[in-house]
Design a protein. Sequence first.
Length: 122
Amino acid sequence: MDGKVYMNWTTPKSSKEVLLDGVNIEIDRNDSSFVSATFTDPSGHKVRVRKNDYSWILEVPKQPETKEKFAVVGTLRGVPVSETFEQEYDATRRKNKLSEDLSETEADLKVETTQVVEDIPW
């Protein structure tokens, strides 16, 4: 990758979603044609104006999509444990395997649900 952070965008539903205090502008071009302008305030809030085939579109960053997963968290003989699994069954099996043959003071583990950001598919 080129070190840039890529972001998904969405169209705001109201002006409350467009947050800018001071403005830094980034302009995207395709050859000599203007494609979009991204405006960023000192707090990091962004809006983008993008040229579509027949109109202009105002966009704001889309919140990343998350997926529910299951995590084994706690401590094992004083060492922090945090492992994530797709299925609750797998997390429970791992918790039981880690705490097998240990007392409650040596293994303080539990299974909890967590939200994990989906990976970008490219």
